[in-house]
Ligand binder design. Structure first.
Ligand SMILES: Cc1cc2nc3c(=O)[nH]c(=O)nc-3n(C[C@H](O)[C@H](O)[C@H](O)COP(=O)(O)OP(=O)(O)OC[C@H]3O[C@@H](n4cnc5c(N)ncnc54)[C@H](O)[C@@H]3O)c2cc1C
Length: 407
Protein backbone atom coordinates (compact mmCIF):
# COMPACT_ATOMS: atom_id res chain seq x y z
CA UNK A 1 0.00 0.00 0.00
CA UNK A 2 1.31 3.47 -0.93
CA UNK A 3 1.14 6.26 1.53
CA UNK A 4 -0.45 8.64 -0.96
CA UNK A 5 -2.56 8.15 -4.07
CA UNK A 6 -2.71 11.11 -6.46
CA UNK A 7 -5.76 10.99 -8.74
CA UNK A 8 -5.00 12.67 -12.07
CA UNK A 9 -1.81 12.98 -14.09
CA UNK A 10 -2.20 16.47 -15.51
CA UNK A 11 0.31 19.19 -14.64
CA UNK A 12 -1.34 19.59 -11.24
CA UNK A 13 -1.38 15.89 -10.28
CA UNK A 14 2.13 15.13 -11.51
CA UNK A 15 3.54 18.20 -9.76
CA UNK A 16 1.76 17.14 -6.56
CA UNK A 17 3.27 13.67 -6.77
CA UNK A 18 6.77 15.10 -7.30
CA UNK A 19 6.47 17.52 -4.39
CA UNK A 20 5.26 14.77 -2.03
CA UNK A 21 7.94 12.37 -3.24
CA UNK A 22 10.61 15.01 -2.66
CA UNK A 23 9.51 15.05 0.99
CA UNK A 24 10.09 11.32 1.28
CA UNK A 25 6.55 9.99 0.72
CA UNK A 26 5.69 6.84 -1.18
CA UNK A 27 3.36 8.06 -3.94
CA UNK A 28 1.27 6.45 -6.68
CA UNK A 29 -0.45 8.39 -9.47
CA UNK A 30 -3.53 7.00 -11.19
CA UNK A 31 -4.98 8.30 -14.47
CA UNK A 32 -7.23 6.73 -17.09
CA UNK A 33 -5.00 8.27 -19.74
CA UNK A 34 -1.24 8.78 -20.16
CA UNK A 35 0.20 11.75 -18.22
CA UNK A 36 -0.51 15.17 -19.69
CA UNK A 37 -3.06 14.19 -22.32
CA UNK A 38 -6.04 16.34 -21.29
CA UNK A 39 -6.21 20.04 -20.35
CA UNK A 40 -2.50 20.10 -19.63
CA UNK A 41 -1.90 19.00 -23.23
CA UNK A 42 -4.06 21.56 -24.96
CA UNK A 43 -3.02 24.90 -23.50
CA UNK A 44 -1.01 27.74 -25.01
CA UNK A 45 2.18 26.59 -23.26
CA UNK A 46 2.81 29.80 -21.32
CA UNK A 47 4.53 29.52 -17.94
CA UNK A 48 3.55 32.93 -16.76
CA UNK A 49 5.12 35.23 -14.20
CA UNK A 50 3.34 38.32 -15.47
CA UNK A 51 -0.28 37.11 -15.08
CA UNK A 52 -0.49 38.58 -11.57
CA UNK A 53 -4.23 39.09 -11.73
CA UNK A 54 -6.66 36.23 -12.40
CA UNK A 55 -9.02 36.61 -15.35
CA UNK A 56 -12.03 38.64 -14.25
CA UNK A 57 -15.27 38.48 -16.15
CA UNK A 58 -15.60 41.61 -18.32
CA UNK A 59 -18.31 43.67 -16.62
CA UNK A 60 -18.22 46.97 -18.49
CA UNK A 61 -21.67 47.53 -20.07
CA UNK A 62 -20.23 47.53 -23.62
CA UNK A 63 -18.35 44.28 -23.05
CA UNK A 64 -21.37 42.60 -21.44
CA UNK A 65 -23.58 43.68 -24.32
CA UNK A 66 -21.11 42.21 -26.82
CA UNK A 67 -21.10 38.90 -24.93
CA UNK A 68 -24.88 38.84 -24.59
CA UNK A 69 -25.34 39.49 -28.31
CA UNK A 70 -22.79 36.87 -29.23
CA UNK A 71 -20.46 39.44 -30.76
CA UNK A 72 -16.76 39.53 -29.90
CA UNK A 73 -14.62 36.46 -29.33
CA UNK A 74 -13.51 36.63 -25.68
CA UNK A 75 -16.51 34.76 -24.31
CA UNK A 76 -18.97 32.72 -26.36
CA UNK A 77 -21.87 30.84 -24.82
CA UNK A 78 -25.06 29.00 -25.53
CA UNK A 79 -28.15 28.54 -23.40
CA UNK A 80 -27.54 24.92 -22.23
CA UNK A 81 -23.91 25.80 -21.46
CA UNK A 82 -24.88 28.83 -19.43
CA UNK A 83 -27.80 27.19 -17.60
CA UNK A 84 -25.69 24.20 -16.59
CA UNK A 85 -23.34 26.48 -14.60
CA UNK A 86 -25.48 29.57 -13.97
CA UNK A 87 -24.83 29.71 -10.19
CA UNK A 88 -21.07 29.48 -10.64
CA UNK A 89 -21.06 32.06 -13.46
CA UNK A 90 -23.09 34.46 -11.32
CA UNK A 91 -20.65 34.05 -8.40
CA UNK A 92 -17.74 34.56 -10.80
CA UNK A 93 -19.33 37.80 -11.99
CA UNK A 94 -19.73 39.06 -8.41
CA UNK A 95 -16.12 38.19 -7.65
CA UNK A 96 -15.05 40.14 -10.73
CA UNK A 97 -16.15 43.41 -9.11
CA UNK A 98 -13.07 45.56 -8.38
CA UNK A 99 -12.76 45.07 -4.61
CA UNK A 100 -13.19 41.26 -4.69
CA UNK A 101 -10.90 40.98 -7.69
CA UNK A 102 -8.24 43.04 -5.96
CA UNK A 103 -8.41 40.69 -2.97
CA UNK A 104 -8.05 37.59 -5.16
CA UNK A 105 -5.15 39.22 -7.00
CA UNK A 106 -3.18 39.61 -3.77
CA UNK A 107 -3.11 35.82 -3.39
CA UNK A 108 -2.91 35.02 -7.09
CA UNK A 109 0.02 37.39 -7.63
CA UNK A 110 1.99 35.72 -4.82
CA UNK A 111 1.42 32.33 -6.47
CA UNK A 112 2.21 33.36 -10.04
CA UNK A 113 5.43 35.11 -9.12
CA UNK A 114 6.88 31.77 -7.94
CA UNK A 115 6.12 29.85 -11.14
CA UNK A 116 9.45 29.79 -12.99
CA UNK A 117 11.33 29.28 -9.74
CA UNK A 118 9.26 26.12 -9.09
CA UNK A 119 9.35 24.79 -12.66
CA UNK A 120 13.10 25.44 -13.00
CA UNK A 121 14.45 22.48 -10.99
CA UNK A 122 11.86 20.13 -12.54
CA UNK A 123 12.73 21.21 -16.08
CA UNK A 124 16.39 20.59 -15.37
CA UNK A 125 15.98 17.25 -13.57
CA UNK A 126 13.53 15.93 -16.18
CA UNK A 127 15.79 16.88 -19.11
CA UNK A 128 13.10 19.11 -20.63
CA UNK A 129 15.34 22.05 -21.41
CA UNK A 130 14.91 21.56 -25.17
CA UNK A 131 11.17 22.26 -24.99
CA UNK A 132 11.39 25.32 -22.72
CA UNK A 133 12.15 28.89 -23.83
CA UNK A 134 12.97 31.43 -21.18
CA UNK A 135 12.64 34.62 -23.21
CA UNK A 136 9.04 35.61 -22.56
CA UNK A 137 6.12 36.17 -24.88
CA UNK A 138 4.84 39.10 -26.88
CA UNK A 139 1.42 40.72 -26.50
CA UNK A 140 0.60 42.83 -29.54
CA UNK A 141 -1.50 46.01 -29.52
CA UNK A 142 -3.15 47.01 -32.75
CA UNK A 143 -4.27 50.58 -31.90
CA UNK A 144 -2.68 53.60 -30.14
CA UNK A 145 -5.43 53.45 -27.50
CA UNK A 146 -4.66 49.80 -26.70
CA UNK A 147 -0.94 50.60 -26.62
CA UNK A 148 -1.50 53.37 -24.10
CA UNK A 149 -3.58 51.09 -21.91
CA UNK A 150 -0.84 48.45 -22.10
CA UNK A 151 1.78 50.99 -21.08
CA UNK A 152 -0.19 51.77 -17.92
CA UNK A 153 -0.75 48.08 -17.13
CA UNK A 154 2.96 47.27 -17.52
CA UNK A 155 3.89 50.17 -15.25
CA UNK A 156 1.37 49.10 -12.61
CA UNK A 157 2.48 45.45 -12.71
CA UNK A 158 6.11 46.58 -12.36
CA UNK A 159 5.49 48.76 -9.32
CA UNK A 160 3.00 46.47 -7.58
CA UNK A 161 4.46 43.06 -8.39
CA UNK A 162 7.96 43.57 -9.82
CA UNK A 163 6.99 42.22 -13.28
CA UNK A 164 9.57 42.83 -16.03
CA UNK A 165 8.33 44.07 -19.41
CA UNK A 166 9.67 45.87 -22.46
CA UNK A 167 7.35 48.10 -24.45
CA UNK A 168 8.02 47.92 -28.17
CA UNK A 169 6.96 50.29 -30.92
CA UNK A 170 6.04 48.92 -34.34
CA UNK A 171 9.63 49.05 -35.62
CA UNK A 172 11.05 47.29 -32.56
CA UNK A 173 8.36 44.64 -32.84
CA UNK A 174 9.27 44.00 -36.50
CA UNK A 175 12.93 43.64 -35.50
CA UNK A 176 12.03 41.13 -32.77
CA UNK A 177 9.47 39.24 -34.84
CA UNK A 178 10.25 39.58 -38.57
CA UNK A 179 7.59 36.97 -39.40
CA UNK A 180 4.87 39.56 -38.67
CA UNK A 181 3.95 40.89 -42.10
CA UNK A 182 1.68 43.84 -41.26
CA UNK A 183 2.12 47.16 -39.46
CA UNK A 184 1.19 46.81 -35.80
CA UNK A 185 1.10 49.76 -33.40
CA UNK A 186 3.31 48.08 -30.79
CA UNK A 187 3.64 45.33 -28.21
CA UNK A 188 4.50 44.39 -24.66
CA UNK A 189 7.30 41.88 -24.41
CA UNK A 190 6.77 40.13 -21.06
CA UNK A 191 10.38 39.18 -20.69
CA UNK A 192 10.51 37.03 -17.59
CA UNK A 193 7.77 34.53 -18.48
CA UNK A 194 8.67 31.17 -20.03
CA UNK A 195 6.96 29.03 -22.61
CA UNK A 196 6.90 25.43 -23.70
CA UNK A 197 6.80 24.01 -27.22
CA UNK A 198 5.16 20.75 -26.11
CA UNK A 199 2.98 21.17 -22.99
CA UNK A 200 1.78 17.56 -22.85
CA UNK A 201 5.39 16.48 -23.39
CA UNK A 202 6.52 18.51 -20.39
CA UNK A 203 4.00 16.77 -18.13
CA UNK A 204 5.10 13.40 -19.54
CA UNK A 205 8.72 14.24 -18.74
CA UNK A 206 7.84 15.32 -15.21
CA UNK A 207 5.95 12.01 -14.83
CA UNK A 208 8.97 10.06 -16.14
CA UNK A 209 11.14 11.88 -13.57
CA UNK A 210 8.69 10.86 -10.84
CA UNK A 211 8.98 7.23 -11.99
CA UNK A 212 12.78 7.38 -12.17
CA UNK A 213 12.74 8.56 -8.58
CA UNK A 214 10.74 5.51 -7.55
CA UNK A 215 7.12 6.64 -8.01
CA UNK A 216 4.41 4.59 -9.74
CA UNK A 217 2.05 5.76 -12.48
CA UNK A 218 -0.95 3.46 -12.92
CA UNK A 219 -3.36 3.44 -15.80
CA UNK A 220 -6.85 3.13 -14.34
CA UNK A 221 -10.16 4.77 -13.56
CA UNK A 222 -10.20 6.75 -10.32
CA UNK A 223 -13.94 7.33 -10.57
CA UNK A 224 -14.75 4.61 -8.05
CA UNK A 225 -12.64 6.10 -5.23
CA UNK A 226 -13.91 4.65 -1.97
CA UNK A 227 -12.90 3.76 1.54
CA UNK A 228 -11.75 0.33 2.66
CA UNK A 229 -11.25 0.54 6.40
CA UNK A 230 -8.91 3.47 6.95
CA UNK A 231 -7.50 3.28 3.42
CA UNK A 232 -8.56 4.98 0.18
CA UNK A 233 -8.96 2.72 -2.86
CA UNK A 234 -9.22 3.69 -6.52
CA UNK A 235 -9.30 1.02 -9.21
CA UNK A 236 -7.02 -1.49 -7.47
CA UNK A 237 -4.65 0.98 -5.85
CA UNK A 238 -4.78 1.55 -2.11
CA UNK A 239 -3.27 4.27 0.05
CA UNK A 240 -3.58 6.06 3.35
CA UNK A 241 -4.19 9.46 1.71
CA UNK A 242 -5.81 10.42 -1.60
CA UNK A 243 -5.34 13.71 -3.46
CA UNK A 244 -8.02 14.69 -5.99
CA UNK A 245 -6.20 16.44 -8.86
CA UNK A 246 -8.68 15.70 -11.63
CA UNK A 247 -8.83 19.21 -13.10
CA UNK A 248 -12.31 19.82 -14.57
CA UNK A 249 -13.45 16.37 -13.44
CA UNK A 250 -12.78 17.12 -9.75
CA UNK A 251 -16.27 18.46 -8.84
CA UNK A 252 -17.91 15.25 -10.03
CA UNK A 253 -15.70 13.21 -7.73
CA UNK A 254 -15.95 15.47 -4.68
CA UNK A 255 -19.73 15.71 -4.85
CA UNK A 256 -19.73 12.05 -3.76
CA UNK A 257 -17.82 13.03 -0.64
CA UNK A 258 -20.10 15.85 0.45
CA UNK A 259 -18.25 18.77 -1.10
CA UNK A 260 -20.30 20.74 -3.57
CA UNK A 261 -17.84 22.40 -5.95
CA UNK A 262 -19.22 25.20 -8.14
CA UNK A 263 -17.01 25.43 -11.20
CA UNK A 264 -17.03 27.55 -14.33
CA UNK A 265 -15.92 25.37 -17.23
CA UNK A 266 -14.32 27.66 -19.79
CA UNK A 267 -13.93 25.64 -22.92
CA UNK A 268 -11.00 26.41 -25.17
CA UNK A 269 -9.89 25.07 -28.56
CA UNK A 270 -6.62 24.80 -30.37
CA UNK A 271 -5.34 23.71 -33.72
CA UNK A 272 -1.86 23.60 -35.22
CA UNK A 273 -0.96 25.08 -38.59
CA UNK A 274 2.05 24.42 -40.79
CA UNK A 275 4.43 27.34 -40.84
CA UNK A 276 7.87 27.62 -42.48
CA UNK A 277 9.19 30.59 -40.49
CA UNK A 278 7.33 30.69 -37.16
CA UNK A 279 7.59 33.61 -34.73
CA UNK A 280 10.39 33.43 -32.17
CA UNK A 281 7.98 33.91 -29.25
CA UNK A 282 4.33 33.12 -28.56
CA UNK A 283 2.24 36.04 -29.78
CA UNK A 284 -0.81 36.99 -27.73
CA UNK A 285 -3.34 38.82 -29.87
CA UNK A 286 -5.90 39.47 -27.13
CA UNK A 287 -7.74 41.94 -29.37
CA UNK A 288 -8.71 38.85 -31.36
CA UNK A 289 -8.90 36.59 -28.29
CA UNK A 290 -6.14 34.17 -29.32
CA UNK A 291 -2.62 33.15 -28.40
CA UNK A 292 -0.41 31.97 -31.27
CA UNK A 293 2.32 29.68 -29.95
CA UNK A 294 5.15 28.18 -31.98
CA UNK A 295 5.03 24.51 -31.01
CA UNK A 296 6.67 21.30 -32.14
CA UNK A 297 3.66 20.40 -34.25
CA UNK A 298 3.28 23.84 -35.85
CA UNK A 299 1.79 27.18 -34.92
CA UNK A 300 -0.80 26.47 -32.21
CA UNK A 301 -3.77 28.82 -32.28
CA UNK A 302 -5.44 28.67 -28.83
CA UNK A 303 -8.77 30.34 -28.17
CA UNK A 304 -10.41 32.16 -25.24
CA UNK A 305 -13.50 31.04 -23.30
CA UNK A 306 -16.65 29.27 -24.43
CA UNK A 307 -19.44 28.33 -22.00
CA UNK A 308 -20.90 25.31 -23.74
CA UNK A 309 -21.66 21.79 -22.59
CA UNK A 310 -20.63 20.16 -25.84
CA UNK A 311 -17.85 21.24 -28.16
CA UNK A 312 -18.63 22.80 -31.54
CA UNK A 313 -17.41 21.21 -34.74
CA UNK A 314 -16.36 24.54 -36.25
CA UNK A 315 -15.79 26.88 -33.31
CA UNK A 316 -16.25 30.52 -34.34
CA UNK A 317 -13.46 31.63 -31.98
CA UNK A 318 -11.02 29.40 -33.80
CA UNK A 319 -12.15 30.49 -37.28
CA UNK A 320 -11.80 34.11 -36.20
CA UNK A 321 -8.40 33.40 -34.60
CA UNK A 322 -7.22 31.68 -37.76
CA UNK A 323 -8.20 34.72 -39.84
CA UNK A 324 -6.34 37.02 -37.41
CA UNK A 325 -3.28 34.76 -37.54
CA UNK A 326 -3.32 34.70 -41.34
CA UNK A 327 -3.40 38.48 -41.35
CA UNK A 328 -0.26 38.55 -39.19
CA UNK A 329 1.70 35.61 -40.59
CA UNK A 330 2.14 33.40 -43.64
CA UNK A 331 0.67 30.20 -42.32
CA UNK A 332 -0.20 27.00 -44.14
CA UNK A 333 -2.84 24.32 -43.79
CA UNK A 334 -4.05 22.89 -40.48
CA UNK A 335 -2.07 19.95 -39.16
CA UNK A 336 -5.02 18.07 -37.62
CA UNK A 337 -8.34 17.15 -39.22
CA UNK A 338 -10.23 18.56 -36.22
CA UNK A 339 -9.47 21.04 -33.46
CA UNK A 340 -8.58 19.92 -29.95
CA UNK A 341 -10.90 21.03 -27.18
CA UNK A 342 -10.82 21.02 -23.37
CA UNK A 343 -12.18 22.96 -20.40
CA UNK A 344 -10.33 25.29 -18.05
CA UNK A 345 -11.31 24.42 -14.46
CA UNK A 346 -12.20 27.89 -13.11
CA UNK A 347 -13.35 28.60 -9.56
CA UNK A 348 -15.88 31.42 -9.08
CA UNK A 349 -13.52 33.17 -6.63
CA UNK A 350 -10.69 32.71 -9.15
CA UNK A 351 -8.41 30.91 -6.67
CA UNK A 352 -7.39 27.25 -6.87
CA UNK A 353 -8.59 24.76 -4.27
CA UNK A 354 -5.66 23.40 -2.29
CA UNK A 355 -5.91 21.54 1.01
CA UNK A 356 -7.84 19.14 3.21
CA UNK A 357 -11.36 18.11 2.17
CA UNK A 358 -13.69 18.86 5.11
CA UNK A 359 -15.12 15.90 7.04
CA UNK A 360 -13.10 13.32 5.08
CA UNK A 361 -10.04 12.03 6.79
CA UNK A 362 -6.91 12.01 4.63
CA UNK A 363 -8.70 13.25 1.51
CA UNK A 364 -7.09 16.25 -0.17
CA UNK A 365 -8.09 18.58 -2.98
CA UNK A 366 -5.86 20.15 -5.58
CA UNK A 367 -7.60 21.62 -8.63
CA UNK A 368 -9.31 24.73 -10.02
CA UNK A 369 -6.33 26.61 -11.47
CA UNK A 370 -8.40 28.16 -14.26
CA UNK A 371 -6.43 29.89 -16.97
CA UNK A 372 -3.03 29.14 -15.43
CA UNK A 373 -2.82 25.54 -14.19
CA UNK A 374 0.07 24.69 -16.49
CA UNK A 375 1.94 27.57 -14.87
CA UNK A 376 0.85 27.01 -11.29
CA UNK A 377 0.91 23.20 -10.85
CA UNK A 378 4.36 23.07 -9.19
CA UNK A 379 3.64 26.18 -7.08
CA UNK A 380 0.46 24.98 -5.40
CA UNK A 381 1.88 21.43 -5.22
CA UNK A 382 4.43 22.75 -2.71
CA UNK A 383 1.64 24.31 -0.65
CA UNK A 384 -0.38 21.10 -0.63
CA UNK A 385 2.65 18.93 0.22
CA UNK A 386 3.55 21.23 3.09
CA UNK A 387 0.04 21.06 4.51
CA UNK A 388 -0.09 17.29 4.17
CA UNK A 389 3.13 17.20 6.20
CA UNK A 390 1.52 19.17 9.01
CA UNK A 391 1.96 22.76 7.75
CA UNK A 392 -0.82 25.33 7.88
CA UNK A 393 -1.59 25.55 4.14
CA UNK A 394 -2.91 28.79 2.71
CA UNK A 395 -6.24 29.66 4.36
CA UNK A 396 -7.55 31.47 1.27
CA UNK A 397 -7.11 28.30 -0.85
CA UNK A 398 -8.73 25.82 1.54
CA UNK A 399 -11.61 23.63 0.30
CA UNK A 400 -13.69 24.47 3.39
CA UNK A 401 -14.35 27.92 1.88
CA UNK A 402 -16.69 26.11 -0.54
CA UNK A 403 -18.75 24.77 2.36
CA UNK A 404 -18.99 28.27 3.80
CA UNK A 405 -19.97 29.71 0.41
CA UNK A 406 -22.73 27.19 -0.25
CA UNK A 407 -23.87 26.83 3.38
C1 LIG B 1 -7.12 26.71 -24.68
C2 LIG B 1 -6.42 26.73 -23.34
C3 LIG B 1 -5.24 27.48 -23.20
C4 LIG B 1 -4.59 27.52 -21.96
N1 LIG B 1 -3.38 28.16 -21.87
C5 LIG B 1 -2.67 28.10 -20.71
C6 LIG B 1 -1.37 28.65 -20.63
O1 LIG B 1 -0.82 29.17 -21.61
N2 LIG B 1 -0.71 28.61 -19.43
C7 LIG B 1 -1.27 28.02 -18.33
O2 LIG B 1 -0.65 28.05 -17.27
N3 LIG B 1 -2.49 27.43 -18.39
C8 LIG B 1 -3.20 27.45 -19.55
N4 LIG B 1 -4.43 26.85 -19.63
C9 LIG B 1 -5.01 26.24 -18.42
C10 LIG B 1 -4.34 24.91 -18.07
O3 LIG B 1 -4.22 24.11 -19.22
C11 LIG B 1 -5.15 24.17 -17.01
O4 LIG B 1 -5.39 25.02 -15.90
C12 LIG B 1 -4.37 22.95 -16.49
O5 LIG B 1 -3.94 22.15 -17.56
C13 LIG B 1 -5.20 22.12 -15.52
O6 LIG B 1 -4.38 21.04 -15.15
P1 LIG B 1 -4.95 19.85 -14.28
O7 LIG B 1 -3.83 18.93 -14.00
O8 LIG B 1 -5.71 20.42 -13.14
O9 LIG B 1 -6.06 19.15 -15.23
P2 LIG B 1 -5.86 18.12 -16.43
O10 LIG B 1 -4.63 18.41 -17.19
O11 LIG B 1 -7.13 18.06 -17.17
O12 LIG B 1 -5.63 16.75 -15.68
C14 LIG B 1 -6.69 16.04 -15.08
C15 LIG B 1 -6.40 14.56 -15.28
O13 LIG B 1 -7.42 13.80 -14.63
C16 LIG B 1 -7.63 12.63 -15.39
N5 LIG B 1 -8.93 12.05 -15.05
C17 LIG B 1 -10.15 12.64 -15.12
N6 LIG B 1 -11.09 11.78 -14.69
C18 LIG B 1 -10.45 10.63 -14.34
C19 LIG B 1 -10.88 9.39 -13.82
N7 LIG B 1 -12.17 9.11 -13.56
N8 LIG B 1 -9.95 8.44 -13.58
C20 LIG B 1 -8.64 8.67 -13.83
N9 LIG B 1 -8.18 9.82 -14.32
C21 LIG B 1 -9.08 10.80 -14.58
C22 LIG B 1 -7.54 13.10 -16.82
O14 LIG B 1 -7.25 12.01 -17.70
C23 LIG B 1 -6.41 14.13 -16.74
O15 LIG B 1 -5.16 13.57 -17.08
C24 LIG B 1 -5.13 26.81 -20.85
C25 LIG B 1 -6.29 26.05 -21.00
C26 LIG B 1 -6.92 25.99 -22.23
C27 LIG B 1 -8.16 25.14 -22.38
Amino acid sequence: MSEILVLGAGMVGVSTALALQERGHDVTIIDRNSPGRETSYGNAGLIQTEAVEPYAMPLAPGALMQIALGRGYDVKWNIPGLLSQAGAVWAYAKNSLPSAHRRASQTWGRLIRQSTERHGPLVEASGADNIIRRDGYVEIHRTPKKMEKARKAAERFRTEFGVEARLLDGKELRALEPAIKIEVEGATHWTDSWNCSDPGGLVARYAALFERRGGRVLNGDAGDLHRKGAAWVADEAEAEHAVVALGPWSPMMLGRFGLNVPMVYKRGYHRHYHMDAPPHHPIADFGNSVVLSPMRRGLRIATAAELTRNPRLTPPQLSHGEAAARELFDIGAPVEAEPWTGRRPCMPDMLPVVGRVPDQENLWAHFGHGHQGFTLGPVTAEILADELDGGDGWPELQPDRLKRATG
